[in-house]
Ligand binder design. Structure first.
Ligand SMILES: C[S@@+](CC[C@H](N)C(=O)[O-])C[C@H]1O[C@@H](n2cnc3c(N)ncnc32)[C@H](O)[C@@H]1O
Length: 285
């Protein structure tokens, strides 16, 4: 927990433009206090719904045979009153059918995108994900499959070869990084985020990819440039370190479901760093 306090100390000292916007400010103290007392080994169990705000939501679909009887009854009453003749699962589908369809969809999408098949990788079980299931002897969650689909979509445009350097702002849980590194192990990835998601993301990725793959935020906190960057590793940075990119080379900038949660001035500030980078690259080429 000392790492979290150190990150917070540096974050509070950072310029105002790097402090969370209104949306995140409203939850900040509650999230930080929850992290301080949380059992990190239960991160994905559903015990800490507030962590779902940045991606740690792995709840199982509720309408299936194992749903506790009182929830089933409640749902029956709600359905009878409000949605009289709508079946919640059409064609009497079971949870297992949906999972199988999702897995097969990933197989097809992976083939089209020409990337490593979903059947060759599996999800980490760290954090006790409640939505864990097996397909062909490997472990998955619906979230893992979702992030794989995202990569298949992005790959149509990015055409990654696998040795690139990717910068992600707002990495959240780190689930996208987990997929990226499991599909393309030689990628170098720089994750930037607010200190509290970053702390949990770092814990998660250290378990799912192995400690040796991660350069921790307590190490990068003193970086003034990227000369110490290690190829093929995932580097964790507090968001206030973003200007470090100004004079550096990288190949891809990744931001998902994140800029939309920031005020325009905050987004503009990040984009200025990127613009500096793009301008330099264009003038070099
Ligand atoms: C909804 S989560 C999305 C996480 C991840 N990109 C995904 O797709 O699952 C939004 C992310 O944006 C980050 N974020 C919000 N405001 C930010 C800011 N001002 N600077 C940096 N990151 C921010 C949050 O910490 C969080 O990790």
């Amino acid at each position: 927990m000392r790492n979290l306090e150190k990150l917070l100390e540096e974050y509070y000292k950072a310029p105002e433009i790097f402090q969370a916007g209104k949306y995140w400010k409203a939850h900040e103290d509650r999230i930080i206090n929850e992290i301080r007392r949380a059992d990190i080994t239960q991160l994905r169990s559903g015990k800490y719904p507030i962590f779902g705000a940045f991606g740690f939501s792995e709840l199982i679909y509720y309408y299936h045979p194992n749903t506790p009887i009182y929830i089933k009854r409640l749902k029956q009453i709600i359905r009878r009153i409000f949605i009289t003749d709508k079946a919640l699962l059409p064609y009497s589908l079971r949870l297992g059918d949906i999972r199988e369809m999702a897995y097969n969809f990933c197989m097809a999408q992976g083939e089209t995108a020409k990337i490593k098949s979903i059947s060759e990788i599996e999800v980490s079980t760290f954090g006790n994900p409640s939505d864990l299931f097996e397909m062909d002897g490997k472990k998955y969650t619906m979230q893992f499959l979702n992030y794989y689909i995202r990569l298949c979509f992005a790959q149509k445009y990015l055409k990654l070869k696998g040795d690139e350097t990717i910068v992600e702002l707002g990495s959240g849980s780190g689930f996208q990084v987990e997929i990226l590194k499991k599909v393309f192990p030689d990628l170098t990835i720089l994750c930037f985020d607010l200190p509290y998601p970053l702390f949990l993301c770092e814990k998660y990725l250290s378990e799912s990819l192995g400690e040796k793959s991660i350069i921790k935020s307590t190490e990068t906190i003193d970086y003034t440039n990227l000369s110490a960057m290690e190829k093929k590793k995932v580097h964790m940075f507090g968001n206030w370190k973003f200007p470090i990119l100004n004079n550096e080379k990288f190949d891809v900038f990744w931001n998902a479901a994140s800029f939309g949660e920031m005020e325009p001035a905050i987004v503009r500030n990040y984009l200025v760093s990127l613009l500096n980078h793009v301008t330099k690259r264009l003038s070099i080429n």
